[in-house]
Design a protein around this ligand. Structure first.
Ligand code: NAD
Ligand code: TDX
Length: 332
């Protein structure tokens, strides 16, 4: 049994991880989350008080972080500004949270000698051509494209430096695109599902040929737990479930599953610097640590996610109009 501090635990992937840990282990969880526009208390509603606590605060608050690190056995670091389109609009919060916030946690891990797992993204590797036979591995050079991915790359490099220079006991994972419940409506899949629920046509950036490698959030959670328990200190593990799909294919599947014509979507202004393709080779994680994904059927996973958004309109309705006003101002 461990007492885990989960940063960003009121966000999409963090909240899925907290549910996963409380359901599948005996660990206790304290969440540290600033409850930005992306954090939602409701994603953590109903969890057992004996094993779960939410602390509202900033990961860049050194005094608060110091106090929390003194109380826990390990830290799983999800907190971040996470949306590429927002980073193109206003990069500053990405530097504050993703870079300075991660630095603050690393300094506390160093002082308290606490084990830390840093959650990162495949976007640090830049993008691949559609016909490239290679996928990202732990040896792919860093080449981030956006303000978001460059701050995530910076945070990964800080973790590596704190391991090597100060002996901090840390691991890093770089995961592909997640889908599942509790994802903010600004992101691609929830935006299109909630558009269709509202009678609005899905919006595809550019030609829609860009490819993302989809993984269910529960598979990301099981991988992070595996790395926390069995990962080698200082190592990086790529997490992916062989789920490459073009954005156009995803929109067509959502439309079909929701009873709409497969071509009932609009093409809108493309994202600046839009990465073409992400693809993960997760051989190291599977071979060295024995992990494998449980959700292999993307269509079935999407169907369950559509059902979740239909059943939980109260969870997302408050954010929808503001998000759509933001996109409309960008022609998206
Ligand atoms: P999210 O935006 O849904 O959630 C981020 C959470 O962090 C929110 O609850 C927010 O309130 C909190 N937060 C933001 N700034 C904070 C601060 N300064 N102090 C404390 N809390 C703060 O993001 P997500 O999609 O759940 O992503 C979580 C992590 O996983 C991020 O580090 C992201 O880079 C990484 N990741 C995401 C994906 C994906 O597909 N979404 C894929 C790979 C990696
Ligand atoms: O309305 C849309 N239409 C559209 O075509 C939106 C919101 C997005 N897109 C495209 C852009 C991308 O090619 O869909 C793809 C997915 O977009 P996002 O959901 O914004 O995800 P992405 O930019 O790929 O980044 C995500 O995966 C990696 C997460 O947001 C990051 O936090 C993570 O690091």
């Amino acid at each position: 049994m461990m007492h885990l501090l989960v940063t960003g635990g009121a966000g999409f992937i963090g909240s899925n991880f907290v549910h996963y840990v409380l359901e599948n282990t005996d660990h206790r969880v304290t969440v540290l989350d600033k409850l930005t526009y992306a954090g939602n208390r409701e994603s953590l509603a109903g969890l057992p008080e004996s094993r779960f606590e939410l602390v509202v605060g900033d990961i860049a608050d050194a005094a608060l972080v110091d106090d929390l690190f003194a109380r826990v056995d390990a830290v799983v670091h999800y907190a971040a500004e996470s949306h590429n389109d927002n980073s193109l609009d206003d990069p500053r919060p990405f530097l504050d949270t993703n870079v300075i916030g991660t630095y603050t946690l690393l300094e506390a891990a160093r002082r308290h000698d606490v084990r830390l797992h840093h959650v990162s993204t495949d976007e640090v590797y830049g993008d691949l051509e559609l016909d490239d036979p290679n996928r990202f591995t732990e040896r792919t050079p860093y080449n981030p494209s956006s303000p978001y991915s460059s701050t995530k790359a910076a945070s990964d490099l800080l973790v590596r430096a704190w391991v090597r220079s100060f002996g901090v006991r840390a691991t890093i994972s770089n995961c592909s695109n997640n889908y599942g419940p509790y994802q903010h409506v600004e992101k691609f899949i929830p935006r299109q599902i909630t558009n269709v629920i509202r009678g609005v046509r899905p919006k595809l950036y550019g030609a829609g040929e860009n490819v993302r490698d989809w993984i269910h959030a529960d598979d990301h959670s099981s991988a992070v737990l595996t790395i926390l328990e069995k990962g080698v200190i200082g190592e990086t593990y790529l997490i992916g479930a062989d789920g490459e799909e073009s954005n156009k294919q995803v929109v067509e599947t959502i439309l079909e599953l929701m009873g709409q014509p497969a071509d009932a979507y609009d093409h809108v202004t493309d994202r600046a610097g839009h990465d073409m393709r992400y693809a993960i080779d997760s051989t190291r994680l599977r071979t060295d640590l024995g992990w494998k994904p449980r959700f292999q059927d993307f269509r079935a996973g999407l169907e369950a996610t559509i059902a979740w958004y239909r059943e939980n309109e109260a969870w997302w309705a408050g954010a929808k109009d503001g998000v759509e006003a933001f996109y409309a101002s960008k022609g998206q």
